[in-house]
Design a protein around this ligand. Sequence first.
Ligand SMILES: NC(=O)c1ccc[n+]([C@@H]2O[C@H](COP(=O)([O-])OP(=O)(O)OC[C@H]3O[C@@H](n4cnc5c(N)ncnc54)[C@H](O)[C@@H]3O)[C@@H](O)[C@H]2O)c1
Ligand SMILES: [Zn+2]
Ligand SMILES: [Zn+2]
Length: 393
Amino acid sequence: MKAVTWQGRQDMRVEEVPDPTIQEPTDAIVKITTTGLCGSDLHLYDPLTPFMTPGDVVGHEPMGVVEEVGPEVTALKPGDRVVVPFNVSCGSCWMCDRHLYSQCETTQNRESGTGASLFGYSKLYGQVPGGQAEYLRVPFANFLPVKVPDGPSDERFVYLSDVLPTAWQGVAYADVPEGGTLLVLGAGPIGDMAARIALHQGRRVIVVDQVPERLARVAARGAETIDFSEVDDVPAAVRELTGGRGADAVHEAVGMEAHGSPVAEAAQKSLRFLPKKVQELMMTNMSVERLEALYTAFEAVRRGGTVSISGVYGGAADPIPMMQIFDKQLQLRMGQANVRRWTDEILRVLEKDEDVLGVEDFATHRLPLDAAPEAYRQFRDKEDGMVKVLFKP
Ligand SMILES: NC(=O)c1ccc[n+]([C@@H]2O[C@H](COP(=O)([O-])OP(=O)(O)OC[C@H]3O[C@@H](n4cnc5c(N)ncnc54)[C@H](O)[C@@H]3O)[C@@H](O)[C@H]2O)c1
Ligand SMILES: [Zn+2]
Ligand SMILES: [Zn+2]
């Protein structure tokens, strides 16, 4: 089959790889019909290079049709239409029982000290072949895949794999009081969707980014916007809009490649000249990530407010302003989305006749799998108005 594979820093290639097969009696094989490109894939494209192996099949936002099931699969049959969550979670361990699916104890990666395995997400997260491919092996098929009805387009449902539950969890964790304001940092797919969800829930939303077409999309849905390239002091601008106090909660949807941290950006780039083993050690033991968006979050949230972090960070020794966080009495909540925790609730919203979250025209680009190498670069460089890419294998 054809699959998008990581071959080196900023080098994704579509290659022929062996078709996946049933390995456990509870596996299913899914023929992928639509599969997303995510901001998280951009971390693999460059900064997480030390944890990648040439040939890794990437992608973690797939949906499709069940092709084959193992002998113990009773919840699905060939022909069923499913969306596959990005966490590989068993559904029956101690963590899964508590809906902490991104911490699943059956697939936890104890050697690398990380949580549940993720599809297509480096050896840090189990090196599980990903979903930017023609077929995907899906373990725990009696629990993991989300069955969706036939009829509506793939676009109605595909974001259940990641964008919707991540944004939903980000907003839930932000816990904005009624009548309160949510500040969303980043207007990529995650921040954009979080803004839509919070607006749908009746909250006031302010979104910060610097990409004009991304800000225009959220403005069209009713959010107020701040272009950080035009404002010297984003937290001050937020306070001005919120009676001098700051936002009740901040949802951080930027992550380790934030703009505005020139020193960390240089450190991230200089890493690439070191041997791979040293890079790996440095990534896990030093601060090489860009914390600009986090610093903005701590500044712009009001005292006693909540900072909910969806952006992915990977440093083990990042300088964090503890005095400010403690003195302002902030609550911090974060983590990979527990996808299956939220999908039933979200599916009920998606099944309404009206497309309340605007998912059907959320994608800006629909491309064949062969276009992936160029799409990764364009998405990273925010060219051609690219906000969300869906591949159609
Ligand atoms: N927690 C999870 O489960 C989960 C799931 C999916 C994605 N993510 C993470 O969420 C983050 C966003 O993902 P995405 O797909 O929307 O990616 P994206 O890269 O398209 O979006 C990030 C946006 O942040 C903006 N930005 C950069 N620096 C900024 C700053 N200092 N202030 C405000 N905005 C800034 C960029 O212009 C861009 O529009 C990524 O880190 C991704 O890895 C996490
Ligand atoms: Zn994703
Ligand atoms: Zn589990």
